[in-house]
Write a protein that binds this ligand. Structure first.
Ligand code: 5AD
Ligand code: FES
Length: 339
């Protein structure tokens, strides 16, 4: 029995080390069992709308960082965003994730208008925002406009590690405060981190799990770090498949009721990556609803998959993959069972 919930930092780091080259059958089986107890064999689907690739920040790992002059920058108009939601609705989606860089063009009012309009048209749907660090007042306004969920990966729970990944004007303290504030305001909250980011140690990953245990988020986004050629980390090594699967499984054991995406980044480093994610305890996928013309410009990392496919194609492909691996696709709201 792997009783991760009662382990200390060193014990968790040791388990990570033991499983980093290949997650043990015992670990994977335990994670799948816990996932099945709470969610059965369902995989929940969210429609991702990447509405702006402008960003004021300069995170060293990210392809759309402000300093990257090679990005073809775009912003979707409100009409374009609403028609992505319409397309999603036609395809049967009941949850939309509006994701973007930290783009000052999209004021709180603009975001609230968009959320309000989607929610008025599709009252049964859940709306998730993923637009970075904002003030409590902004988060409150988003909630009042109808947003249900918020994704903000903490990236790393260790301050010294955080400093190596981010410019000096960003702070881990503020990021963590944002997450606790969002939780307090009643959002379903998603935290998360990259696996194999530069300078990351097993102790850092253990701290990520301990931070998650404290925060008790509803969702956790975990994917491998993949170098982007126009960033300071272009020449760094990427995260591996086995370590990512190990971290998914350990997260499932730490937070049994969490919603855990099998990420696009995982599908990018291995053709069967997302399926392997389900077999490590993941139970969410987030296919792209962004207009095909802009997808290739939303590249946080190199070689991203699914940048050329229509949303309809993507959903067919995913359904097939999910069913072939013995799971069932669920297009409902897929609310988290975490309180
Ligand atoms: N490789 C993998 N994931 C990345 N992200 C940003 N850049 C990369 C990269 N090069 C992740 C971050 C961010 C999320 C939206 O994408 O964790 O929070
Ligand atoms: Fe996008 Fe398969 S999920 S093409």
């Amino acid at each position: 029995m792997i009783d991760i919930q009662s382990m200390n930092r060193q014990e968790i780091a040791d388990i990570i080390d033991e499983n980093k080259n290949e997650p043990s059958e015992e670990l994977l089986r335990a994670a799948v069992k816990v996932r099945n107890e709470h969610y059965g064999n369902k995989v929940f689907v969210r429609g991702l709308i990447e509405f702006t690739n402008y960003c004021k920040n300069g995170c060293y790992y990210c392809g759309i960082r402000a300093e990257n002059g090679n990005v073809n920058r775009y912003r979707l108009t409100e009409e374009e965003i609403l028609s992505c939601a319409d397309e999603g609705h036609r395809l049967g989606f009941n949850t939309y994730v509006l994701q973007g860089g930290e783009d000052t063009f999209f004021t709180d009012k603009k975001i609230c208008d968009i959320v309000y309009k989607i929610k008025s048209k599709y009252p049964a749907c859940a709306i998730t925002l993923s637009i970075g660090e904002k003030s409590r007042e902004s988060y409150e306004a988003f909630k009042d406009a109808g947003a249900d969920r918020y994704l903000l990966r903490h990236e790393t729970a260790d301050n010294a590690h955080y400093r190596k990944l981010h410019p000096e004007y960003m702070s881990l303290e503020n990021r963590k405060n944002c997450l606790y504030t969002l939780r307090e305001l009643g959002f379903q909250v998603g935290a998360g981190f990259m696996v194999g980011s530069p300078y990351q140690t097993s102790e850092n990953l253990a701290d990520d799990l301990l931070f998650l245990k404290d925060l008790q988020p509803h969702m956790v986004g975990i994917g491998p770090f993949i170098p982007h050629s126009d960033t300071p980390f272009a020449k760094e090594e990427g995260g591996t498949l086995p370590l990512t699967l190990t971290m998914l499984a350990l997260t499932r054991l730490m937070l049994p009721k969490v919603l855990l995406p099998s990420t696009t980044a995982l599908g990018t480093i291995d053709p069967k990556g997302r399926e392997k994610g389900f077999d490590a305890g993941a139970n969410v996928v987030m296919p792209n609803l962004s207009p095909v013309g802009v997808r290739a410009d939303y590249t946080l990392y190199d070689n991203k998959i699914c940048t050329g496919d229509e949303a309809a194609q993507c959903i067919m492909c995913l359904k097939e993959r999910i069913e072939r691996s013995g799971y069932e696709m669920d297009m409902g709201r897929g609310d988290s069972l975490v309180d």
